[in-house]
Ligand binder design. Sequence first.
Ligand SMILES: [Zn+2]
Length: 269
Amino acid sequence: MKKALKIIGIILIIIIVAISSIFIYDRATINNQYKIGEKNLLIPIIIYHDIVESKDEIQFDYMQTTFDTFKEQINGLIKYGYKPITYKDLIEYSKGEKAINKKSFIITFDDGYDGVYNYAYPFAVENNIPITSFLINNDVGTEGYYTWDEAREMDKSGFVSIYSHSMKHDDYDKYKPEDLLEDVNTSLSQIEEELGHSIEKVFTYPCGLYSEEGRKLLEENGIVQNFTDSKINQSNKLNIYGLHRMYALEDPAWKIILKIEYRHFRYGG
Ligand SMILES: [Zn+2]
């Protein structure tokens, strides 16, 4: 009998310690900010293309997202404690100059469609959320894409960062590294000229197509690079010259979070 009581006592103590350590852990980490190296963080970068009003306008699930789905996804992630950050934040974090929230994420739009201007931009302003648009210089102002005036307006708001998705959306994995570098530099300097100020050097490969030689040359020139590979960034392996990005598709926020965790498990921790 005495022995049984002792065992129950030990089990109770273990349970109390386990529960209280969860609370202590939570109190120690909730709302905490970490500099690189302090803690292994997952930093998802989410890819969108165009935002549309209704489901009839969806041709491919990775290309068009309805405004309602987009709002649900972003509001949901924020509700679960995720905080949208900018590439500037990420670059400063990677240099150890800035701390970021333990659940940070980046919202990106490829190609420069007018859905970014019509839907994502007003939503970003209204909700105090930073977003990033990667434009194709030669497509700016053509049918379906926002104009330079609209780009300037979004940039001035302070909620939209505009970077390069190349001059002409080609298969850049087939380019000579020097030609890729020239294309990206031309694109970035034209954006700076149009916006009237300097920008961080950030580039996203069209269709995620890149060669290792090209990537290396851009890295040597200090150009932050984004892939489209459905992998997840981990702070202890963070390489801003080859950032991983994932699609949100039509997934609800909880499913996006499950995928973030799955990718952590799948691609190593
Ligand atoms: Zn693209």
